[in-house]
Design a protein around this ligand. Structure first.
Ligand SMILES: Nc1ncnc2c1ncn2[C@@H]1O[C@H](COP(=O)(O)OP(=O)(O)OP(=O)(O)O)[C@@H](O)[C@H]1O
Length: 220
């Protein structure tokens, strides 16, 4: 099911960063949100994730579902003493609360997500000891463990080598093929061209929307 924003204005304190953005992100497909630094990509993801309230306008999510949010890798400090399995298990906290024990069903979901992302063999290692690509997969597994209908990813391929970028792009396509609406912010031209749909932001305004080939300027 698709996600729709209408006349969305949002920002921080009194300052609007997004201005009257109207766009549709198709269900079961990958949408890339592109635009220069500071154009409002992360802000849009924050509003879709429900961590930032709109100042005006509306957000329509399938079934009123809370989307899963995969943070930028750089937002996770290296000093965090947490294993890969614990990282993925945090994806269940939204359902259980952080201090409640996970149920057997929760633990099954965690193991399934670890397996799906090829992380079973790494599950007991500290997150900080993983490569950039492996760490990104752990964060995606955490997002999937929320079993969301909408998965939001903030710059999931930034800083990865070509092989890992391709792997993460392939994963996003596979997740979408399972019916999840995937929306990611990116600067990477390959990630844009492999998306199904694209939103181009500039200075907080939507300046184009459609298939990547029609939207993305050659200079990106
Ligand atoms: N927590 C915050 N408090 C105040 N202003 C913020 C906050 N986060 C972002 N901004 C401002 O909002 C504007 C848009 O930032 P945003 O992070 O949404 O852009 P972006 O397109 O994701 O940029 P980048 O490509 O650099 O990640 C910028 O001017 C930024 O300074």
């Amino acid at each position: 099911m698709s996600v729709t924003v209408r006349e969305l204005t949002a920002g921080y304190r009194k300052r609007a960063v997004l201005h009257r953005v109207s766009a549709r992100m198709p269900g079961g497909a990958v949408t890339a949100v592109v635009g220069p630094n500071g154009s409002g990509k992360s802000t849009l993801l924050g509003v879709l994730a429900g961590v930032l309230a709109p100042m005006a306008g509306t957000v329509e999510l399938p079934g009123g579902d809370r989307p899963g949010l995969v943070l930028q890798r750089s937002a996770v400090p290296d000093s965090l003493p947490i294993t890969v399995r614990e990282t993925v298990a945090m994806g269940r906290w939204g359902r259980r609360g952080p201090w409640r024990r996970l149920t057997a069903a929760d633990r099954d979901v965690v193991e399934e997500c670890l397996a799906r992302l090829g992380l079973t063999g790494l599950a007991g290692l500290p997150l900080a000891t993983l490569s950039g690509g492996q760490r990104q997969r752990a964060l995606i597994a955490q997002g999937l463990a929320q079993e969301p209908g909408v998965l939001l990813l903030d710059e999931p391929v930034t800083g990865l080598d070509e092989a890992s970028r391709g792997e993460v792009e392939g994963l996003m396509a596979e997740i979408a093929a399972h019916g999840v609406t995937v929306v990611h912010a990116t600067h990477d031209p390959d990630a844009v061209s492999r998306a199904d749909h694209c939103l181009l932001l500039s200075e907080g305004r939507l300046i184009a929307e459609g298939p990547p080939s029609a939207v993305v300027p050659a200079r990106l």
